[in-house]
Design a protein. Structure first.
Length: 157
């Protein structure tokens, strides 16, 4: 084989190996998202419910009412402002937590999105997304941080 043909063949082989490696990594990340996404969602739900229970206990009144929904949804009502609701859901296929609080005093809504992503250590975590759905893979968000953000919009005027 000519020298140039061998070099070219080596280069093509390296590209093929890299593509195989990239595909395997992608598939593993998808598996981890599917496996741990629902676990992370349940952690957010538990934290929100715990926050509501703690608030109700502290106020000695049921101001935070968690409404029964399906396992991939969470709805909380603010009894002080009955028309204000927190609606949150987990999209299993997209591995995405989304929440929405409305109506705010301004008449608008507050929203947030958190994607399940796999960090460099191979751990699935929740990362906040920007306003246009772009990844903000800066620091992962804890269950407490997400719950606090949602409930702050639900209860603050």
């Amino acid at each position: 084989m000519n020298d140039w043909a061998k070099r070219l063949a080596d280069e093509v082989k390296k590209q093929q190996d890299q593509a195989t490696s990239d595909n395997a990594k992608f598939l593993e990340n998808q598996r981890l998202k599917k496996e741990f996404g629902p676990v992370l969602w349940r952690g957010v739900v538990a934290e929100v419910k715990n926050g509501c229970t703690a608030m109700n206990r502290e106020l000695r009144s049921n101001v935070a009412v968690v409404v029964d929904t399906s396992e991939n949804e969470l709805n909380v009502r603010n009894e002080n402002i009955p028309e204000r609701r927190l609606a949150s859901s987990f999209d299993v296929e997209k591995a995405l937590v989304a929440w929405d609080v409305r109506p705010l005093r301004s008449g608008g809504a507050a929203q947030g999105h958190y994607e399940v992503a796999v960090d460099k250590d191979g751990k699935a975590q929740l990362y906040q997304q920007g306003p246009h759905g772009e990844s903000l893979l800066v620091e992962p968000s804890s269950f407490g941080e997400i719950a606090e953000r949602m409930l702050a919009f639900l209860f603050r005027d």
